[in-house]
Ligand binder design. Structure first.
Ligand code: NAD
Ligand code: UFG
Length: 341
């Protein structure tokens, strides 16, 4: 298929482009490089040995979208978006403009062409305060911050569109906690500033860029008192997108599917696995809980298996080993090659 990938040079988008190329798809990507570097796609081209066009374009540029989408695509994979929860609390209208209005422009541009196939990056954040684990797709949805609200709004936009026009086939992929890197160590997560998420913070501590890991809360009702999450290897996640694309014809309108492993690990378990991968101990201190964090969240991943024929196969040790290879091989991320806006 000829696939347009938005947010192509970002963490998950770059891994998805690589797996799409490996699966034989023709890929065109765009990004505004607000949180990524075009260097990731240079490396994707080298890793795949295949050509791929990357265009600088903003989701909020309707004319630019019309021109690009008008070239004709079989499907769109939509990763572009802002994702920092804290920033979304400070700048909710920026998040609405970028993620919700930006997606509105994208869908409107698609409607001016015959293309009605979409794979969208949703998140388990749409489950709000999780009531019961494992979480399946029927769990009630709610927004606990403006970022989460943008995911709910885009999901709703997709449900409404698909109800109006039966030609739409939309996979709303709800990711749990994506981590790791491609096993080559050439592409990976390149967060700006102090990482908010656990894995990059742990990796930066292991290389000595941070003094110790703050373990947010040691008194949760979990087996060791620390928060439990469903970490999923980014390559498994990327393969889940390729599987969703292959199965889109079987979708009835817009449908949500969890992408997780179905298994939860605690913060201390992740730190221990990362220490094993790095071959050194990783200093950490138990601190007060981080406001807004759930004690434990993990996926019921059975729908993905049934509907997409996909399951995650890479375990926590591999997630940490690959994240470590990326971190040590690229201590400054895409570094000098990074020309982000
Ligand atoms: P990322 O920041 O690495 O990638 C997003 C990309 O979109 C970046 O390259 C950024 O420059 C680009 N972008 C942002 N706004 C744009 C705009 N207006 N026009 C064009 N490009 C724009 O983040 P990621 O981790 O790869 O996340 C990809 C998607 O998955 C996002 O929609 C995110 O919300 C979603 N998601 C991520 C996680 C996670 O933990 N990483 C979890 C659930 C869902
Ligand atoms: N944690 C620490 N120390 C840190 C960072 C995190 O102890 O320095 C803990 C958290 O308390 C939590 C776990 O590690 O128990 C995971 O935290 P992350 O920040 O890595 O991930 P979250 O589960 O909080 O949220 C992430 C994204 C959200 C997204 C969600 C589901 O940040 O945007 O995954 O996809 F919605």
């Amino acid at each position: 298929m000829k696939v347009l990938v938005t947010g192509a040079s970002g963490f998950i988008g770059s891994h998805a482009c690589l797996e799409l190329l490996n699966a034989g798809h023709e890929v065109v990507g765009f990004d505004n490089f607000s949180n990524s570097s075009p260097e990731s796609i240079e490396r994707v081209k080298t890793l795949s040995g295949k050509p791929m066009r990357l265009v600088k374009l903003d989701l909020r540029d309707p004319d630019g979208l019309d021109a690009l989408i008008g070239e004709g695509f079989d499907a769109v994979m939509h990763f572009a978006g802002l994702k920092a929860v804290g920033e979304s609390v400070e700048k909710p209208s920026l998040y609405h403009d970028n993620n919700v209005l930006g997606t509105h422009h994208l869908l409107a541009a698609m409607e001016r062409t015959p293309c009605r196939k979409l794979v969208f990056s949703s998140s388990c954040t749409v489950y709000g305060a999780v009531e019961k684990n494992p979480v399946d797709e029927r769990h009630p949805r709610s927004a606990v911050n403006p970022y989460g609200k943008t995911k709910l709004d885009v999901e709703d936009m997709c449900y409404e569109l698909a109800a109006e026009d039966k030609r739409w086939k939309i996979a709303l992929l709800r990711y749990f906690n994506p981590v790791g890197a491609h096993e080559s160590g050439r592409i990976g997560e390149d967060p700006q500033g102090v990482p908010n998420n656990l894995m990059p913070y742990v990796m930066q501590t292991a290389v000595g860029r941070r003094e110790f890991v703050n373990v947010w809360g040691g008194d949760y009702p979990t087996h060791d008192g620390t928060g439990v999450r469903d970490y999923i290897h980014v390559v498994d996640l990327a393969l889940g997108h390729v599987a969703a694309l292959d199965k889109l014809d079987s979708f009835k309108g817009a449908q949500a599917v969890n992408l997780g492993t179905g298994r939860g690990y605690s913060v201390l378990e992740l730190i221990a696995a990362a220490a094993k991968a790095a071959g050194k101990s990783i200093p950490h201190k138990i601190m007060p809980r981080r406001p807004g964090d759930a004690p434990a969240v993990w996926a019921d991943a059975s729908l993905a298996k049934k509907k997409l024929g996909w399951t995650a196969t890479r375990d926590l040790d591999q997630m940490c080993a690959d994240a470590w290879r990326w971190q040590t091989g690229n201590p400054a991320g895409y570094g000098a090659a990074d020309v982000r806006a």
